[in-house]
Design a protein. Structure first.
Length: 246
């Protein structure tokens, strides 16, 4: 075989070897890099947005994406209707493996409370009962009444047993001591002491007389003075002397 033929044969052999090496390298890259990425992308799905959906709707949407629902929590939320999704994990838009469970928290809706029995309770006790019921103190009104003692609760607004939103205000009506009736002290000087005493006592005053007066004695002094403010039950002192001047 000539030298030229041998050279051609060597070149052909070298080309074949290079081709085999390139093919093997490409096969390894395909198996190790390209195929895993392809398989991985084929098994990943995007987590849908479950907000504004109830449980059944969320489960259906997840099933269409090849995912499953897992209930993680339930809590009160006045802004979201009962049974609707409050939160989810993972969040919408995440890429996850098909078949994964998506954790959701569902709303229990608005929380309610009952107005507790507060009639006859002290103000301090009423505050504690209101707090325990998940409510708060509202306005405080006062009234004179014989239903309960001073400082005790007479009524509530809303009334006992009413169902209200948790955190609502409870207004209280509390009994206060009754004030005695007030009068303006008249000028009694010169009047018949016996008649004046009888009239004053009929109005509920306590009357004391001083001096050497008789059954027809006239009033010479008085305490309190004319024009003073006096309360029913207050003591009034009349100074009497001599006989009433006709």
């Amino acid at each position: 075989m000539t030298n030229r033929a041998l050279a051609s044969l060597g070149a052909l052999f070298g080309t074949a070897v290079i081709g085999v090496i390139a093919f093997a390298t490409g096969l390894v890259l395909f198996d190790e890099v390209v195929m895993p990425r392809f398989v991985s992308q084929g098994g990943d799905v995007t987590v849908p947005d479950l907000s504004n959906l109830n449980r059944d709707q969320a489960e259906l949407l997840l099933a269409r994406s090849g995912l499953k629902l897992s209930l993680s929590a339930e809590r009160f939320d006045p802004a979201i209707p009962r049974g609707f999704v409050i939160a989810q994990d993972p969040e919408p838009g995440r890429r996850v493996k098909s078949g994964r469970r998506i954790s959701v928290a569902l709303s229990l809706g608005e929380e309610f409370a009952n107005i507790p029995e507060l009639f006859g309770e002290s103000l301090r006790s009423a505050r504690l009962l209101i707090d325990r019921a998940g409510l708060r103190m509202g306005a405080l009104g006062r009234v004179v009444t014989s239903e309960v003692g001073p400082g005790l609760v007479v009524a509530t607004e809303p009334p006992l047993g009413a169902v209200v939103s948790r955190g609502s205000a409870v207004n209280l009506l509390v009994c206060i001591p009754s004030e005695p009736e007030a009068y303006v002290m008249p000028d009694l000087v010169g009047r018949d002491a016996q008649t004046a005493q009888r009239d004053l006592e009929a109005l509920g005053f306590r009357v004391e007389t001083t001096g050497p007066g008789s059954n027809f004695a006239r009033i010479e002094t008085q305490v309190p003075a004319p024009g003073a403010r006096v309360l029913r039950g207050q003591s009034i002192t009349l100074g009497v002397a001599g006989r009433l001047i006709q």
